[in-house]
Design a protein around this ligand. Structure first.
Ligand SMILES: [Zn+2]
Length: 257
C-alpha cells in the first residue's frame, strides 16, 4: 500500500469507528465514560482487523510505550523482591518459546493485597504480592505468568492502545499515546481475549516444562475466592476475578485443552 492509500484507508476506518462511537454515545447514560470506552474496545475488536493493520506500531514503539507506562504505574506502587517462587527461572523458561522476540518482556512484583496480575503493552507484567500469597505451586504461578505473556504474544495490550489512539479526535503524540494507554491499561479484556490467552498460556507453560494441572488448580481455587467476593463484588478490572468469564468456565475450558 502506498502512503496516501494507507492514510485514506485509515481515515475510512476512522469514520466507521466514529459512527460506532456516535451510536454508543447516543445509547449511554450519564457518567458512563468508562463503560463507553469498554464498549468501544469490545466493538472495535469485532469491527475490523484492518484497523489494526493501518495503525500498527513497531515493536520499538510498543516497547517505548511500555517503558513509559510502567514508570507511571509504578510511581505510586512499591516494588518488592519475591522469595516464595523463583519467578526469574519460570520467566526464563518461558522466554525460549515466545514468538515476539523483539518485545521487551519483563516483570515486577508489587506490594498489593489484591489477588491479581496484569500485562501492559511492550511485554511488561505486574504480579501483586496478593496473588503470589494466594498461589501454592510453581505450576500455578507458571500458568499465571504464561497467561500474562500470552496477552502480549497475541497483541491484546497494544491493540487496545491502537483503538484508543484512533478513537481520540486528534493525532496523538507519543506522550499522548502513553496517557491514553495509562487510561485503559487496567480495563478488562474481552472474554474472547481471555479464552485466547488461557489457551496460549497453557500451550506456553507446557512447552516450558510445567504441568497444566497448575492452571486447573488455579481456577479451582479462584472459584472459591469468587464465592467469597460474591458474584456482584467481583472486580470489574481484575484480570482473573472479573465478571466474565467465570473461573469455573475457564477451568472447564482449560481441562479440555
Ligand atoms: Zn487475562
Amino acid at each position: 500500500m502506498k502512503e496516501n492509500e494507507v492514510t485514506k484507508s485509515a481515515n475510512s476506518v476512522k469514520s466507521i469507528l466514529f459512527s460506532f462511537m456516535i451510536f454508543f454515545s447516543a445509547n449511554i447514560t450519564v457518567n458512563a465514560q468508562d463503560d463507553f470506552l469498554k464498549e468501544l474496545l469490545n466493538t472495535a475488536d469485532i469491527l475490523n482487523e484492518t484497523l489494526l493493520e493501518v495503525t500498527a506500531l513497531s515493536d520499538d514503539e510498543e516497547n517505548s510505550i511500555g517503558i513509559e507506562l510502567e514508570k507511571q504505574i509504578l510511581s505510586d506502587m512499591r516494588v518488592v523482591r519475591e522469595r516464595k517462587f523463583d519467578l526469574k527461572k519460570i520467566f526464563n523458561d518461558m522466554m525460549s518459546y515466545v514468538d515476539r522476540t523483539n518485545i521487551n518482556y519483563g516483570y515486577k512484583v508489587v506490594s498489593t493485597d489484591e489477588v491479581n496480575a496484569y500485562a501492559i503493552a511492550g511485554g511488561r507484567m505486574f504480579f501483586n504480592t496478593g496473588i503470589l500469597d494466594f498461589l501454592e505451586t510453581e505450576d500455578e504461578i507458571a500458568f499465571v505468568m504464561a497467561h500474562e505473556i500470552a496477552h502480549n504474544e497475541l497483541r491484546h495490550c497494544i491493540k487496545r492502545v491502537q483503538y484508543a489512539a484512533i478513537a481520540s479526535s486528534i493525532d496523538p503524540s507519543f506522550g499522548e499515546i502513553v496517557q491514553l494507554a495509562y487510561g485503559i491499561y487496567s480495563m478488562p479484556f474481552t472474554k474472547y481475549d481471555e479464552y485466547e490467552a488461557d489457551e496460549l498460556g497453557v500451550w506456553l507453560m507446557k512447552k516450558a516444562g510445567y504441568d497444566k494441572q497448575g492452571a486447573v488448580d488455579f481456577f479451582t481455587k479462584l472459584e472459591e475466592l469468587e464465592k467469597e467476593y460474591g458474584i456482584d463484588e467481583r472486580d470489574a478490572v481484575n484480570d482473573f476475578i472479573s465478571s466474565h468469564p467465570t473461573a469455573r468456565d475457564r477451568r472447564d475450558r482449560v481441562k479440555n485443552m
